[in-house]
Design a protein around this ligand. Sequence first.
Ligand code: SF4
Length: 484
Amino acid sequence: MAGRQCVLRLYNDVYRRDLATPYSDAQLAIFECGTAIGELAQQRWPGGVLVGFKPWERGRAIAATKRLLDDPDVPAIYEAAFEHQGVFVRVDVLVRNDDGWDMVEVKGSTQAQKELFRLDVAIQHWVLTGAGIRVRQAGVLVLNRDYVYPGGDYDLQALFRLGDATEFCQEAAAELEAQVAEFHRMLDAGQPPDVSVGDHCFSPYECPYYGHCTRGMEFLENPIDDLYRLNGRRRDALQAMGVETIADIPADFELTAIQARIRQAVISGQPWQSPELGRVLEEPEWPLHHLDFEAWQPALPPYPGMRPFDALPFQFSLHVEQADGSLAHHEYLHEENSDPRRPLAEALLDAVGDVGSIVVYSSYERTVLHALARDLPDLSEGLLALADRLWDLLPVVRNHYYHPDFRGSFSIKSVLPALVPDAGWKDLDIADGQAAALAYEQALASGDARVRERTFGALRDYCRQDTLAMVQLLRALRERSAAG
Ligand code: SF4
């Protein structure tokens, strides 16, 4: 899979692992989650035997697999090991049948038909077939997004969904075989292949050698990739014309309205604002309730009524701003290992008064409010009433203001520092939503009271800054609008 992304990545994986950037905490957490899902999925085929061994003990793992294959009393093998033409694989689940074996690759996702996953299975299928195993069926096992957890033990038949990939594997075999031969030639050449960085460094995943490959490289100011939602066709057209920076885009090149504004702002070095900005900023009703949720998306639903990857809000921050500029802050953080939805929703309903708009930045808060209303029927009326009062600042910024320092992004993390240079998240221990969700999950799992206390403090600081950012941003926009 590494070689299909980039042959230099494969070369480095084989010979220069030391050049890779170490995995981040977030990536490690994703791997851990994948392992937990894999182990649970194996229980769908009970009675199987696990082939252990360390990643480098390949020969021992292959020999153990061989013994289990030969034992007719073994109904399934977990992490079976095979090698063919120098390609070594471990199969998540191998199930014995009357006519050979079924192989299953488990993914912590809900998309069984994803091309990337099917290719992963196809490589394993090619190795097993080459190693003389009769494979009847090959499939990708994913979490079933329609499964609603009723409580108690998971129903593993319903929690997971198997997508068949047998035909895909058979059709991909010839291409894979040719590719493996090509990779061997590259690896035997005695020197790293000559590959430059490009889009492929981030597709399908960010390459761990990007830091190494770009070391000392000078990056362009305002590259065309900073154009908001530039599609592949237009990007290709610009590249074919030799255009690399926004400032070099010809005036008659077709752009969307937002992209044209970005180009104009880059060329002039001046912010742009629409004549409608002042009027739009008058739309929300006082007092303004600046609201932000933090949530995590557990792959395995922890509480009844939840489905895989449902968002589970655990925290909110609310700044209530009066027309005279005075501010009051309210917040809730669920610090127990229990379902946060009801206490969070009740605290929110208590904190938000009956009048005034609820200012948010993105549609996420609406999604969370609707999900809470669905899960808590007795609070649904009040929660849906809050959703009716939402006023989203994101499209206001996107449609009515642009500063060259946004660099093509309308994320509040890009927008606020451009308008209020001293404000922001840079001095905080937690600086983005993904880090917040991860820190929360780890704090709950920690038995150390000091770790929990420190993390909960950092989460409070982070979420408070998110809503303070909206207060600061609105004020800055009002000032700019008044100044014309
Ligand atoms: S950073 Fe890009 S060029 Fe370098 S090894 Fe990775 S994918 Fe290849």
